[in-house]
Design a protein around this ligand. Structure first.
Ligand SMILES: NC(=O)c1ccc[n+]([C@@H]2O[C@H](COP(=O)([O-])OP(=O)(O)OC[C@H]3O[C@@H](n4cnc5c(N)ncnc54)[C@H](OP(=O)(O)O)[C@@H]3O)[C@@H](O)[C@H]2O)c1
Length: 256
């Protein structure tokens, strides 16, 4: 399971560290005949766009994940080429952003709570997946197996929260997890061949983790390539019983 064959994938956020590594691995996977990848900004997506220049299997589509009209337009573009997707994987997420005004930085304590910053975390980390599900579900209504997944984070687990801090990031990932669980329940009624999961990638050497890598024990910082391979292996091993679950990179099921 899910026995991908002549499969078509959509990677949302194909320009990011993990997203790009996922795209690269799907391009070498003969079971996938087409890979769609979205990006928000041309200048930040040059590695992805350069890949498309030499990879006929790859179609890059500009899309701001916070703009519903752009998500609708992107789905319409995909529908012009196919009536079905077998893997939809959202790799968009934010933890810090120095270019934002004011800069985005995870809260260490209550005194750092800022309403606009909290809204931004939810806007990027939680809401896009459910809006994507609303519009992409039409491409998941087919008799083949399919997977709708989003990269979440273990720190979004309420049960696993022993350290505190990072209010906005944690809460936005917890909200994402609730969206995914709820989509899974709706799909179990309307799209029985679709499996919906949240995925934790493990600490991975990307721009997102870069300022926090000092605390990572030796050998525990994964390359994006390793993480992508692990996540794709987890996806490959999903069964219908896994619908609505939260998995780590190594296949362990995580508590919500
Ligand atoms: N790296 C880790 O250790 C780690 C651990 C746990 C969970 N995660 C999760 O893994 C996912 C992928 O992260 P990554 O490590 O690959 O980080 P990354 O390299 O920073 O990629 C983040 C992705 O999100 C997009 N993005 C960020 N801010 C955005 C905004 N304001 N508007 C629109 N798009 C935005 C980025 O677009 P641009 O390319 O245009 O910037 C990029 O596609 C995220 O959901 C993250 O929370 C990562």
């Amino acid at each position: 399971m899910p026995q991908f064959q002549n499969a078509q994938a959509l990677i949302i956020g194909g320009s990011g560290g993990i997203g790009l590594a996922i795209v690269q691995q799907l391009l070498t996977d003969a079971r996938f005949e087409r890979v769609y990848a979205t990006y928000r900004d041309r200048d930040r997506a040059m590695a992805l766009l350069n890949l498309a220049a030499t990879e006929p299997k790859l179609t890059c589509l500009p899309c701001d994940p916070t703009a519903e009209a752009q998500i609708i337009a992107t789905v319409e573009k995909i529908q012009q080429q196919t009536d079905r997707l077998h893997l939809v994987l959202n790799c968009v997420g934010t933890l810090h952003d120095r270019d934002r005004q004011p800069p985005l930085s995870p809260e260490k304590s209550l005194r750092h709570i800022d309403r606009e910053q909290l809204l931004h975390y939810f806007d990027i980390n939680a809401i896009p997946s459910v809006v994507w599900a609303k519009h992409a579900q039409i491409l998941l209504k087919h008799p083949d197996n399919s997977v709708f997944a989003t990269i979440s984070a273990k720190v979004g687990s309420i049960e696993d929260n022993h350290l505190g801090g990072w209010y906005g990031y944690r809460a936005s990932k917890a909200a994402l997890n609730m969206f995914l669980k709820t989509i899974a329940i709706e799909f179990s009624r309307t799209r029985q061949n679709a499996i919906v999961v949240a995925l934790h990638p493990g600490t991975t050497d990307t721009a997102l983790s870069q300022p926090f890598q000092g605390n990572v024990p030796p050998g525990k910082l994964f390359t994006p390539q390793y993480t992508a391979a692990c996540l794709l292996r987890v996806i490959d091993q999903l069964t219908p019983q896994d619908n609505g679950a939260f998995f780590a990179w190594n296949g362990d099921q995580l508590p919500w």
